[in-house]
Design a protein. Structure first.
Ligand code: EPS
Length: 400
């Protein structure tokens, strides 16, 4: 299967990812990954850090002559800001850890629990790793999975549907490709009226020393029916996706399809009736069609072949320039939490990160169902499955 791990501190030398299980024969260039890294850096409401960084990947292994070779892919993205932090963040003993100490934990951040759990006197040891800077490595690994999924016609996008309490009006039909359409907006929102209000809300929050959360909707098109499985709790795709999205820093909720709203509706209004697809419809759904997509493209922990639609909700960032009450870890005295340079909001970036996490989980689901050490083998296996779906329809006398 496809799995990955990341390492690196926010102001350390670099972020790294190791991605394993990508089949051989996938065309891959650093530029493919850089495009996603650049998307992650955008978004109105970011702080000074994004002016320092210009994230570019170095592919260290697993690729030869522009093609994956089936070996683990090691990816490295340097932190330009390390040049300003080398004394504080140096690996060697004798560096100056007394500088830039963090002893007044921020409510909502990992500072307090992390300092207690890992027995660190300086909560910088916690914040450096809990920082959302780590998502650079996820997006780099996700970009590779995105390329793999694209080989099977899968397209992943997202857009911001709420930010700072302002809700966007949703278009009747979403643009294709969704990722590029959303990227054209400074807050990755498709509603131009809400976009203006969101930007103003961010400006106001910045002035007030406050931060803002919001919601991104992730949409994945082109998946085949039957990814994931109903047979075991940990193979259910909705659970795997929700876990991946919930692991994004500051994400507090995930909804699939109608989500929480479904709990308040009668069954007659919460499901998607099944019909036969019109002749010539895409083969992924096995010849079946739904007029609605309340399930968000997932039933019984498996894809339906319709669009996968989910909402990922992020709380406001916990670094406030007008800090909340805290306690100094050294003295035990009541004190205001530490105010570090940070962003006002990172909701637009969170959508891009949610796309990457979806790519990682879905590429794994493809590898699980279709195996294949090479892209060619995986293609044959997908083709065989689609032919099996066609065959069932053939038995009804319907042209595939
Ligand atoms: C972050 C704080 C800010 C953000 C950072 C996440 O960094 P700094 O403390 O260096 O100003 O900009 O996000 C990134 C660096 C990034 O690449 O997304 C935090 O505390 O989580």
């Amino acid at each position: 299967m496809i799995r990955f791990t990341t390492a690196g501190e926010s102001h350390g030398r670099a972020l790294v990812a190791i991605l394993e299980g990508v089949p051989a024969g996938l065309a891959l260039a650093a530029a493919d990954i850089d495009a996603e890294l650049t998307r992650r850096m955008q978004g109105y409401g970011r702080g000074g850090r994004m002016k320092i960084e210009a994230d570019r990947v170095q592919i260290l292994s697993g690729v030869r002559a522009g093609e994956t070779i089936g070996a683990p892919i090691a990816l490295l993205v340097e932190n330009k800001d390390f040049a300003n932090w080398s004394e504080v963040m140096a690996v060697e003993a004798g560096a100056d850890p007394a500088k830039r100490r963090l002893t007044r934990p921020r409510p909502g951040h990992a500072d307090l629990a992390g300092a207690l759990k890992y027995d660190r006197r300086d909560a910088r040891d916690v914040l450096e790793r809990s920082s959302a800077r780590e998502t650079v490595a996820r997006v780099a690994a996700g970009a590779v999975c995105r390329r793999l999924l694209a080989a099977f016609g899968v397209e992943i996008g997202s857009h911001v549907v709420a930010l700072g309490g302002i809700e966007a009006a949703l278009p009747a039909t979403l643009p294709v490709p969704l990722d590029r359409a959303a990227d054209a907006s400074p807050v990755r929102c498709l509603d131009p009226v809400a976009e203006v209000e969101m930007v103003a809300r961010i400006d106001a929050a910045r002035k007030e020393g406050d931060t803002l959360g919001g919601v991104a909707e992730v949409v994945v098109r082109g998946l085949v029916v039957g990814l994931g499985s109903h047979i075991a709790w940990d193979r259910r795709l909705d659970g795997r996706l929700a876990a991946a999205w919930m692991s994004i820093p500051a994400v507090k909720a995930v909804e699939i399809g109608l989500g929480v709203q479904a709990a308040h509706l009668p069954g007659s209004e919460a499901h998607d009736e099944i019909a036969r697809a019109a002749p010539g419809a895409a083969r992924n759904a096995g010849g079946f069609a739904r007029a609605t997509n309340r399930a968000g493209g997932l039933e019984g922990g498996m894809t339906t072949g319709g669009p996968l639609v989910a909402r990922v909700a992020m709380k406001p960032l916990s670094t406030l320039m007008r800090p909340l009450a805290s306690v100094d870890l050294e003295t035990g005295a009541a004190a205001k939490a530490q105010a570090e340079r940070s962003d006002v909001t990172a909701v637009p970036a969170m959508g891009v990160i949610a796309e990457a996490m979806a790519a990682l989980v879905l590429a794994d689901a493809y590898a699980e169902k279709f195996g294949g050490d090479s892209l060619g083998e995986m293609r044959r296996n997908v083709g065989g499955y689609l032919a099996q779906l066609d065959e069932r329809r053939g038995a009804w006398g319907v042209e595939p």
